[in-house]
Write a protein that binds this ligand. Sequence first.
Ligand SMILES: Nc1ncnc2c1ncn2[C@@H]1O[C@H](COP(=O)(O)OP(=O)(O)OP(=O)(O)O)[C@@H](O)[C@H]1O
Length: 264
Amino acid sequence: MPSLLSGESNGALREHLLDVEALSGQEPKIRVRDLTRVSDDGSLILKGVSMDIPKGMIVGVIGPSGSGKSTFLRSLNRLWEPPATTVFLDGVDIASIDVIALRRRVGMLFQLPVLFEGTVADNVRYGPNLRGHKLSDKDVYKLLTLADLDASFAKKTGSELSVGQAQRVALARTLANDPEVLLLDEPTSALDPISTENVEDVIVKLKKQRGITTVIVSHSIKQIQRVADIVCLVVDGEIVEVLKPDELSQATHPMARRFLQLSS
Ligand SMILES: Nc1ncnc2c1ncn2[C@@H]1O[C@H](COP(=O)(O)OP(=O)(O)OP(=O)(O)O)[C@@H](O)[C@H]1O
């Protein structure tokens, strides 16, 4: 049976491996194999990362600054183009999937939401419009509700929103594409605690109600413990441990342990 984490460089960590089929009873939604990224100056940003992301689960990614978390995340929807045969969605090499279609299936949110001109409703309709599908007002309200915003937001413009509200509009806009996977790159780091809680609630609700597979990069260990089913610890371009959120104190990698101790 496949394990969540594999690769020669992680051989010593196999005792920590969780099992995808035991966790989800299914093949992984995303499979990453030996993913390496070399920067322009020749340094290694990702060092042969291998990871299985189980379907319908929330995978937290934490680790020191500059360890490669965002690069890993961006490789999953080709914002950074991974080499062929390193990232697979439902078993299909993402290099062979049309990039627009891929990003519809694998939606992404960033630290700071960027809304397009026009109203909130215009933003939510954006993706479907590109495909010639006009969302009804009711559809828009449903998506806003899913993102924990009420219908009164539909007519507002970006300048009338707080960052937290704008982030939830960005989420509704992403959800309008009916994604199978959500990639969240520090989605609440610019938000206050209440907005953060709202977004976390939505992330968990999306998993429960829609079975969306989610990968979330965060600097907050507490956040990862609140939302994630499994946690990847990234150190210096490698996934050095994969643990359950309540097992983080059992991390054995020295840098990972130090990071966790200093961060908690
Ligand atoms: N386009 C690029 N060209 C060159 N180096 C890059 C590029 N993107 C990222 N890097 C480098 O790769 C390393 C990993 O960056 P990345 O943003 O993936 O780390 P991170 O763990 O997400 O960091 P942080 O927590 O600070 O956001 C860093 O040393 C960064 O400077």
